[in-house]
Design a protein. Structure first.
Length: 386
């Protein structure tokens, strides 16, 4: 079915953004299981009606026509939610977690979705960034903002030890290499007393330009949660890396990665250095995960081996698959579903990893391209093709 082009893309994006913001405000406010169930039913009905009436297609078309405005409206929605929950710790913590896991998912998207490099150790590189921040912030006087960048670089450098085995293997064999690395990382920090062993390490709170984010602040006489500062920082980090990934996708760098993922033989025939592009994607993706882990460590104030298990890597991978492999836009709604939904549905708290596994299986069976499939790259506009 052909989707008609909206007459006013800006208005469509504005209304969609407002509707999603109001819905997320209601969902995060809901406490009873009946209210959560009613909101989930409402979302299912609204999505079905939007697809049937073509509204969903118009929203997608409006986003494609005005990508800059779509990004601004998305950022505005997050800012509105932060403002609405300015004094509620739990809601702000969930917003931070969604943004930081989305950031780590952007790294996996660059690896798995763009260049076809399997990485089942996302939580390990997330943890490397957190542990590097704990050590550097405690024992050095380096500015914390620079520590975040250094922690990402450390995650990329440590991940470079996997380059040789990853390049020499393919498919599930390469995945096994990264799984083994993730298990080894957790074992290493558990037996290493310098890094706190199984008890973990405390992470100092972030100080940004002389302001300690853990101190909190007041707005018009109302005390705001200190998580507000971390939520704003998480939004800046997530938004900046998102724009970088989208710029890479549109450039010749993204084109080269797409060719390598699609057909390595054809890529080599046309002179593309396959190993080089895989190494670039792998190290950049690990760097993004390390940056997200660095901010997460300062946010929580504590890191321990049990926070970076293979199950957490599967959680990150499920976000990438659910959102649509290779589509950076789908990561945010997927992260909301994977992280926030189990917190609201209390009866599946003890079975959350079973929920993640069932969710991934259902997506692979019924919607293998994810919630928002990545569109085919177009080299010429429709007008030029005519």
């Amino acid at each position: 079915m052909t989707t008609s082009q909206p007459r006013n893309p800006t208005l469509v994006l504005a209304l969609a953004s407002i509707a999603l913001t109001v819905y997320m405000w209601l969902f995060l406010h809901a406490e009873s299981q009946a209210a959560v169930g009613a909101l989930l039913a409402l979302a299912a009905i609204a999505i079905a009606l939007a697809r049937k009436t073509g509204i969903a297609g118009q929203i997608g078309t409006a986003g494609a026509l005005r990508p800059g405005q779509a990004n601004l409206w998305a950022a505005g929605s997050v800012l509105a939610l932060i403002a609405l929950f300015y004094d509620q710790h739990f809601a702000l913590l969930m917003i931070c977690a969604v943004l930081l896991y989305t950031t780590a998912g952007l790294g996996l998207t660059l690896q798995f979705g763009f260049s076809g490099v399997a990485n089942f150790a996302g939580a390990a590189f997330f943890g490397i960034g957190a542990y590097a921040t704990a050590v550097l912030a405690t024992h050095t006087g380096i500015p914390h903002l620079l520590i975040v960048v250094i922690s990402g670089a450390i995650a990329a450098v440590i991940g470079s030890v996997l380059i040789a085995p990853v390049l020499r293997t393919r498919g599930h064999y390469a995945a096994l290499v990264t799984i083994a690395f993730g298990i080894l990382f957790k074992t290493f920090i558990e037996v290493n007393d310098v890094l706190g062993g199984p008890q973990g390490l405390q992470v100092p709170g972030m100080t940004l330009f002389g302001y300690a984010l853990n101190d909190g602040f007041t707005v018009f006489g109302h005390e705001a949660s200190f998580y507000v500062s971390y939520a704003l920082l998480s939004l800046v980090v997530c938004g900046g890396i998102f724009l970088l990934v989208k710029a890479l996708e549109r450039s010749w760098v993204g084109l080269a990665m797409d060719v390598v993922r699609t057909d390595e033989t054809a890529a080599a025939t046309f002179g593309l250095h396959i190993a080089r592009w895989k190494v670039i994607a792998f190290m950049m993706g690990n760097c993004f995960a390390g940056i997200a882990g660095s901010v997460y460590g300062m946010l929580t104030g504590f890191v321990a081996p049990n926070n970076f298990t293979f199950a957490d890597s599967l959680l990150m991978l499920s976000i990438v698959i659910l959102g649509g492999l290779g589509n950076a836009v789908g990561l945010l709604p997927a992260a909301v579903i994977v992280l926030v939904l189990p917190e609201k549905l209390q009866f599946i708290q003890e079975y959350r990893f079973l929920f993640y596994a069932a969710l991934v299986i259902a997506i692979l069976l019924f919607r293998p391209d994810g919630l928002l499939p990545r569109k085919t790259r177009l080299f010429f506009s429709q007008e030029a093709a005519r």
